[in-house]
Design a protein around this ligand. Structure first.
Ligand code: 4AD
Ligand code: MG
Length: 476
């Protein structure tokens, strides 16, 4: 039986690179990485379609009807469709190649103006051409690893019976209470309605006239809504974009980032930490198993320690120490820190990195933080000073997970809200969860980009998300 070439199914490059494809006729499409012409009257074209790191070599002979007129004009970045036979490659570096019977040009790219030339492209420059950077080896590999991490995240929770729920992007409550929220409004910013008449609120912005009839923001976390579903359905997770107007221009902060947040009823801090550890190990394992050549690339080109680090983590237990123990270690270690250490401070990244990189050389879970540096919803310990919080710290990236056991006692929670300057009436629905059938529960948030950063060794978080949003940066 013969198939008409028009109706031939497209094959992806990663399939053609398998020896099992030898002898098959295939239709391929992608973008030219290089063209080399031989004196013997034929050309080699490296074709990439993003299905894997490698390109496939296409042999285009002078006998092709458009060889002179079109094939010899193909430069880097041009798009083509090729039909041909997969043959064993006599050349070095590849086992298969495709002997073209036709090369159809879909679109030329002018080599004089195409911004992605082979060499000399810095990460900074590539950020300025975020619409073309996925065509590079590095950004293609980042996209595939990021995809694998997302798949692994869903697999992990789905295989454990967690329900995937979708929490809102637009919200009226502030989960973390850190005042880093972007406002959502349809007001004309040149003419914002103000409260008139007499009284204390006079002159304040009149949000009753706004779209939602109240002040709203982009969410900083889906946790509070996830708690609602966990206290009905037991184990749930939410996974979506979150927004923080932190003015921190660091290599680890974004204004828009993705967070996965499991929430578990009938679970305490111990269970929470165990889940976080199993979760990270599963993700790292899946990436090493399913992204072999991309990970080899990162290990060779970006950070020579990533593979060794990941293997070591998967095979060993995370360290667990209380905040108080962590502070003791930092005070006694003799290291010079820019930010001095004392009980009660928020750990800075230099402190986190000392613990994971120098002291323990593996992930460290720090738990029982002082209540004054953590959010209102964390369960108060009997000492009255610390809460059942936990952060998972990893080498280079620092905090990758933040989580806690939640305060399930109504009276204690109300007191904590007041101490944090939150109005309990605004959170009436959150308090209802404690009034009606309250249960111990816990959860955490894993930053997707910090995970991609850690796994790939990429130095800047802006290079592990397709279109980074950061202070003064929203170009694409
Ligand atoms: O520690 P965070 O603020 O925790 C929460 O939002 C909780 N509500 C999570 C929960 O218990 N359900 O943030 C969680 C993680 C951090 O550990 C970090 O990995 C990531 O989110 N993260 C950021 N990633 C990139 N840019 C930022 N600005 C980030 N802020 C937090
Ligand atoms: Mg945190």
């Amino acid at each position: 039986m013969t198939t008409s070439v028009e109706t031939m199914k497209q094959t992806r490059v990663h399939q053609v690179l398998q020896t099992e494809s030898i002898g098959k006729k295939v239709k391929l499409a992608g973008w030219v990485r290089t063209r080399r012409d031989s004196k013997g009257g034929f050309s080699f074209i490296e074709l990439n379609d993003g299905s894997c790191m490698k390109s496939v070599q296409i042999l285009a002979e002078a006998a092709l009807s458009n060889y002179e007129s079109e094939v010899l004009k193909l430069g880097i970045g041009s798009s083509i469709e090729v039909i041909g036979d997969v043959v064993e490659s006599p050349g070095k570096g590849q086992t298969t190649e495709v002997k073209a019977e036709s090369v159809k040009v879909l679109g030329y790219a002018d080599p004089q103006t195409y911004p992605l030339q082979k060499k000399g492209t810095s990460m900074e420059f590539l950020r300025s051409i975020a619409h073309l950077r996925p065509r590079t080896n590095t950004f293609g590999a980042v996209a595939r690893v990021r995809n694998e991490i997302c798949r692994s995240i869903h697999n992990f929770f789905q295989s454990r019976g967690f329900l995937y729920i979708n929490t809102p992007i637009i919200t009226a409550s502030d989960c973390e209470g850190a005042g880093q929220m972007f406002n959502v409004t349809t007001f004309d910013l040149k003419d914002v309605p103000r409260i008139s008449g007499e009284g204390g609120a006079k002159g304040d912005i009149d949000f009753e006239q706004d779209f939602f009839g109240r002040a709203t923001h982009l969410t900083v976390s889906g946790q509070l809504e996830a708690e609602i579903y966990a206290t009905a359905l037991t184990n749930v997770y939410t996974f979506g974009p979150t927004f923080r107007a932190e003015n921190s221009n660091t290599s680890r902060h974004l204004a828009e980032f993705w967070m996965v947040e499991p929430e578990m009823a009938f679970c305490d801090l111990e269970g929470d930490m165990q889940c976080a550890e199993d979760f990270l190990k599963t993700i790292f394992n899946d990436v090493m198993t399913n992204c072999g050549s991309d990970m080899e690339f990162f290990n060779e080109r970006i950070d020579k320690t990533v593979l060794e680090t990941l293997k070591h983590i998967v095979d060993s237990d995370f360290v667990r120490i209380s905040y108080t123990e962590a502070v003791d270690i930092l005070l006694k270690c003799g290291e010079k820190f820019e930010f001095p250490v004392s009980w009660g401070i928020d750990l800075q990244s230099e402190h986190e990195r000392y613990l994971t990189e120098k002291k323990f050389k593996k992930p460290v879970i720090v738990y029982d933080y002082p209540k004054d540096i953590k959010a209102f919803y964390m369960r108060l310990n009997d000492d009255g000073k610390t809460v059942r919080a936990m952060d998972v710290l990893v080498p280079k990236v620092g905090e990758i997970i933040g989580g806690s056991q939640r305060e399930e006692r109504l009276d204690v929670l109300i007191e904590r809200m007041k101490a944090c300057d939150l109005d309990p009436e605004e959170y009436w629905w959150y308090l209802d969860l404690r009034k009606f059938g309250t249960v111990p529960h816990a959860g955490f948030g894993l930053g997707l980009e910090r995970t991609v950063q850690f796994v790939t060794g990429m130095g800047n978080i802006r290079d592990v998300i397709p279109f980074p949003r950061a202070p003064k940066t929203a170009d694409f």
